[in-house]
Each structure stands twice: as C-alpha cells, then as structure tokens.
Design a protein. Structure first.
Length: 226
C-alpha cells in the first residue's frame, strides 16, 4: 500500500495532497516523472500509474486504475492525465465509484473523437497503432463527466507531432490533437498553451497551470502565465 507523505512543521505533520499521474499512448509511466517532480515542488505528493495502453482495452485499464487508487491511503486524490491517460480517467469515473476524487486535469486529451486516431482506425495497420484502449474510445458512446467533478482541460497549439503526417488535422492543434477536441462540455476551465502534444509533458508553463488548477480549480489566464 502506498501512503501519502507528510512534512514536519512546528511539531505537526502537514499532509501533502496526493496526485496520481496517468500517461498516454505508447509510453510508460516514467514519461510523467518530470511533471511529477515539478508538482512535488509545488507541494503535492505524486504517484505515477502505468498501464498497458496498447494491448488492454480502456475498460480493462479502468479496472486496473480503480484497484490502484484503492490502495492509496489519502482522503482526497487529484488526477492528471496526458492524452489517452485523460480518457482513461474519464472511463474509470464512468465505470467505478471514486468518492475520494478531487480535481482533475486533462492534458491534450481528445474528449471529442480524435481526427488523427479516427483516420488511422480506417486501416488495419492504423488500428494496430492506436491500440485497443483508443479503439474502444472511438467506438463507444463518450462517457459524460458528472458535474460533481472539477475538471480542467489543457490544449496545445504548437503544431509539432506525427499527427501532421496524416494530413488534414484541424487548426489550431498540438501536432497530434486539435484544440477543439479537448473541450469538455462540463469542464470548469479550458486553456490553450503554445506547446506541442509531447512537449506539454516537459513544459514548466504547463506544470504551473496544472498546479494552479489543482490548488484553486481554475487556470491562470493572464499572458505572463502562458
């Protein structure tokens, strides 16, 4: 069982809020390490969840995530998901009870059907590339995120990524996902930053926005923060 950490202050233990980080397609949990480090500097305790993004369905991974967070001893758990990791969070909330859920930030997550993934899914090699989890998201009714959850969505507008090789990707986009695809009807806040799809994982500006939303429930929309 993973326990939340605390710091000693004036003889009292101050418990840090816990954040679970969920990666996207084709990668491993280590890709979230730098973002996790920045969130720890912001005062959070971070835990990385890694899952088989290619070979398991979204529902199978949602079960794994539900069991994973059940083993975390924290009164409230925030979540940050990148790309398909954000979709996995929404799937988990739709299929399993998660009463300790705090705030949630989705980074470059195509809530609306991804143009690039949908185009790849038309062909057998493309369906293999997007994997079973993304394939399930494209073929199912999109889960509605209940209003009880505070959700912030970050989109990128620096068009650098393999999605551009497919052609026709709507602008603005982050090179993989169009900005409009990241809009959730029930989101508390949405912001577009000048970062690429993969680059947002390593951006200090993005980390600052994630920290702001987890702390306050909104992003920093002044130009200096972008």
């Amino acid at each position: 069982m993973k326990l939340i950490s605390g710091i000693e202050l004036s003889g009292e233990t101050v418990v840090k809020e816990t954040v679970v980080l969920v990666h996207g397609l084709w990668v491993h949990g280590w890709i979230m390490a730098l973002l996790g480090w920045r969130l720890r500097r912001c005062g959070f305790h971070t835990i990385i969840f890694s899952y088989p993004s290619m070979h398991a369905s979204l529902s199978q991974n949602a079960l794994l995530l539900s069991r994973f967070i059940a083993g975390i001893a924290a009164p409230r758990i925030h979540f940050v998901g990148h790309s398909m990791g954000g979709l996995l969070l929404l799937q988990m909330l739709a299929e399993y009870s998660a009463p300790r859920t705090g705030r949630m930030v989705l980074m470059g997550s195509p809530y609306h059907p991804s143009y690039a993934a949908s185009k790849l899914a038309r062909f057998t090699p493309g369906r293999w590339l997007i994997g079973r989890s993304m394939g399930q998201w494209l073929n199912q009714k999109v889960p509605v995120c209940p209003n009880q959850y505070e959700v912030g969505s970050i989109a990128g507008c620096l068009s650098l990524g393999i999605g551009r090789l497919i052609g026709g990707l709507p602008y603005p986009n982050d090179g993989v996902i169009a900005a409009e695809e990241t809009r959730l009807p029930s989101a508390n806040d949405w912001i577009v930053l000048n970062v690429s799809h993969s680059g947002m994982l390593f951006s200090s500006r993005v980390a600052r926005q994630v920290c702001a939303f987890l702390r306050h429930g909104y992003f920093l929309h002044n130009p200096e923060s972008k």
